[in-house]
Design a protein around this ligand. Structure first.
Ligand SMILES: Cc1cc2nc3c(=O)[nH]c(=O)nc-3n(C[C@H](O)[C@H](O)[C@H](O)COP(=O)(O)OP(=O)(O)OC[C@H]3O[C@@H](n4cnc5c(N)ncnc54)[C@H](O)[C@@H]3O)c2cc1C
Length: 382
């Protein structure tokens, strides 16, 4: 607990150097927060999950989550770099000793960035096990062909954790078989089998399309067992859901604190608007929703960090936190009246940023479907 509190205090201090103007300017220019990422790396925050023997802090997803939460709460946007934390789930649990020795110390030092996670395809968004990108083994290499979409930060990363098919869908017994995970060194394949095309989005997210055209990667890029990659990325995906939930809690805190401050000070009809229960109650409800989501998020993180099954909790944490942050954002706009729409208040930016999390990395419907089938035992719907 003391550790968590100390980390919170250090992140709060760091974020004070990067006020809302910094993030607003990046949002306006679609810029990447290089300076922030550098400071975060130098102070060891981006490598908290890397084991100490490889130069990190050897801490868990809960600590990583609290870092992201405080960045979000300060008004920042961790979407630009959060993948470095969640991709660790797969690499640490399934990567070989050689891979860990080769990459983790360099990532911890900040010489390499592992910021890209390549799963989604145009014809396989929610339906991950239908991906078509194919990695064909040829001697000491794999030759990759296919296409990915919505792969964020590929232009700002040295490494990509890629999910590709290694056995045709028609040849697998279970739909989760036949997929493999690769750690791709983007520096070697950019414009040499890999083309990256940026996609403009409603928030500053640096997301891209990837086109693989006979992209050659060494066989040593394989992470874990061939054909068993779907199970390997589930660790990364659970970590991702938990970390995104922490980010949403941070967004909620930004919205609730901004709302209650404004409501206490803005005077209309000669008194603070916060004296009206019609203004107070939605803010109080947003706070209660945030606290409930926070409990589930810490529960999911504890389970993950203890190596226990956490699929249900990680999904529920993401569901509850992403809905709570959107509701809190809506309340924040309403509390501010017209000013909620002005860029300089940062509310509309934070609202755009937090909206993504009801769709990515997994949409709300798919989480409800998971709970219905896997937790409540109802019939499978797809
Ligand atoms: C800005 C951004 C960044 C992203 N970054 C990454 C990244 O770095 N790496 C990566 O791999 N992916 C990334 N994604 C992709 C993201 O994970 C997908 O968008 C998400 O999984 C949904 O897939 P889809 O967009 O194809 O929607 P679809 O699967 O087409 O779904 C569309 C809608 O239909 C609903 N739906 C579909 N099937 C069902 C069903 N059976 N029952 C009920 N509802 C259903 C969904 O809930 C959704 O609301 C990103 C997306 C965005 C927008």
């Amino acid at each position: 607990m003391d550790d968590l509190q100390n980390i919170r205090s250090s992140v709060i201090k760091l974020c004070e150097r990067f006020p809302n103007e910094y993030w607003r300017e990046l949002d306006r220019n679609s810029g990447y927060p290089d300076e922030f990422v550098q400071v975060l790396t130098d102070q060891g925050f981006l490598s908290v999950m890397i084991p100490e023997e490889y130069g990190g802090a050897g801490m868990g997803v809960e600590v990583a989550g609290v870092i992201l939460e405080e960045i979000s709460r300060s008004g920042g946007h961790p979407g630009a770099f959060h993948a470095q934390m969640y991709t660790m789930g797969t690499l640490l649990r399934h990567g070989s000793q050689e891979q860990k020795k080769q990459y983790l110390p360099e990532i911890a030092k900040g010489n390499l960035r592992l910021q890209a996670f390549g799963v989604t395809e145009p014809a396989a968004g929610s339906d991950t096990t239908s991906i078509r990108t194919f990695a064909r083994r040829e001697g000491d290499d794999y030759i990759v062909n296919g296409q990915k979409v919505w792969i964020s930060r590929a232009e700002h990363s040295d490494l990509l954790l890629l999910l590709a098919r290694t056995r045709a869908q028609s040849e697998v017994k279970s739909r989760t078989d036949g997929l493999s995970v690769f750690l791709v060194d983007l520096r070697q394949v950019k414009d040499n089998g890999l083309t990256i095309k940026p996609i403009e989005t409603m928030m500053n997210h640096h997301t891209t399309e990837l086109f693989f055209d006979d992209m050659k990667i060494p066989a040593s890029s394989l992470v874990g067992e061939e054909h068993n990659g779907f199970r390997h990325i589930l660790d990364g995906m659970n970590a991702e859901r938990i970390l995104i939930a922490f980010e949403c809690i941070g967004d909620c805190r930004f919205f609730v604190e901004t709302s209650s401050n404004y409501a206490s000070n803005r005077e209309v009809f000669g008194r603070p608007i916060g004296k009206n229960q019609g203004v107070q109650f939605p803010i109080a409800r947003a706070y209660a929703n945030m606290r409930a989501a926070e409990l589930m998020t810490h529960k999911a993180a504890e389970l993950f960090d203890n190596g226990e099954a956490c699929g249900a909790e990680a999904n529920m944490a993401k569901l509850l936190a992403s809905e709570a942050s959107w509701q809190a954002g809506d309340v924040c706009v309403q509390t501010h009246g017209g000013y909620g729409f002005a860029r300089e208040y940062d509310i509309e930016r934070k609202l755009r940023e937090t909206r993504l999390y009801q769709v990515a990395p997994i949409s709300t419907n798919l989480i409800l479907s998971y709970i219905s089938e896997h937790v409540l035992g109802m019939p499978r719907s797809y």
